[in-house]
Design a binder for this molecule. Structure first.
Ligand code: BTN
Length: 259
């Protein structure tokens, strides 16, 4: 089995220019889910921006109870703690997606956003976002979980996703530098969190592959089909529904139907 360079705090920090995100970071060899560790750290007041990485996860999770492939050393598996943040979940989702596509672009791949939480390279899924939140006394904490496929080869993916998944190594035909990509991701999150929501939505529109496309989705157990006409950074994806009317769909309650 090929071994790749391990994640290393100093190597990540060599390229880290962020003010807040990832200035404190911890790296686990293995954990159940970095999001769970994120929630442990989120109990402390001084954990805003703290980032947890793991080389592998035994219970890596995605949206809708999906598992996230977390084989040792193959991907980037990280969670960022955001404390008492004023941003809404809807805008945060767009912000992280934009930051990820920008970070991946700095590493040789043109990435596209597939709302609500997928990042695609050349039509295949390369990264996913899982944002969890807890609100108490009108303050919302977030744990932003991110998984990026880095060193996987086609055969490393299980049969059911082999045709639809990719990695940065596959797409660049090179061995990528996970420590640099990690720093780029943290820098870009730090940067895009400072931008106003109209700027974020504008960049999101440029990066999204679904604008103008016919989309079928499930929302609150109902199916809808329509043409994707825009995004509202506070309210969600806007569809011109076949048969009439315009509807807005919030990320948390929506699943895109695979066709
Ligand atoms: C998805 O595509 O459904 C989202 C996948 C998110 C996976 C990441 S890996 C790091 C963090 N810890 C987890 O358990 N999940 C997220």
């Amino acid at each position: 089995m090929k071994t790749f360079e391990l994640l290393d705090k100093d190597r990540i920090k060599e390229n880290l220019t962020s003010k807040k995100i990832g200035r404190r970071l911890v790296i686990f060899k293995s954990t159940a889910s970095t999001n769970d560790i994120g929630w442990e750290y989120a109990k402390a007041d001084n954990s805003d921006g703290l980032t947890i990485f793991a080389e592998s996860q035994t219970a890596g999770r995605g949206r809708r109870n999906n598992k996230w492939l977390s084989d040792e050393g193959m991907g980037l598996l990280l969670s960022v703690v955001l404390k008492a943040n004023k941003i809404t979940a809807e805008t945060l989702n767009l912000t992280i997606a934009v930051a990820l596509t920008e970070a991946i672009a700095k590493n040789g791949c043109s990435a596209k956003i597939k709302w609500p939480n997928d990042i695609y390279i050349n039509g295949k899924k390369a990264a996913g976002i899982l944002i969890e939140s807890k609100t108490s006394h009108k303050k919302t904490d977030y744990v932003v979980g991110i998984g990026i496929n880095c060193h996987q080869k086609i055969d490393d993916f299980p049969d059911d996703i082999r045709h639809s998944a990719t990695s940065i190594d596959i797409e660049t035909a090179e061995i990528c530098n996970r420590n640099k990509i990690a720093a780029d991701v943290l820098n870009q999150i730090d940067l895009w969190l400072t931008k106003d929501k109209s700027r974020i939505a504008e960049r999101w529109r440029q990066k999204c592959s679904q604008i103008g496309e016919r989309i079928e989705l499930e929302f609150d157990k109902n199916r809808f089909i329509g043409n994707c006409i825009d995004i509202d950074p506070e309210r969600g994806l806007i569809l011109q529904i076949e048969g009439g009317g315009v509807r807005v769909f919030q990320a948390a309650q929506t699943t895109i139907i695979k066709r």
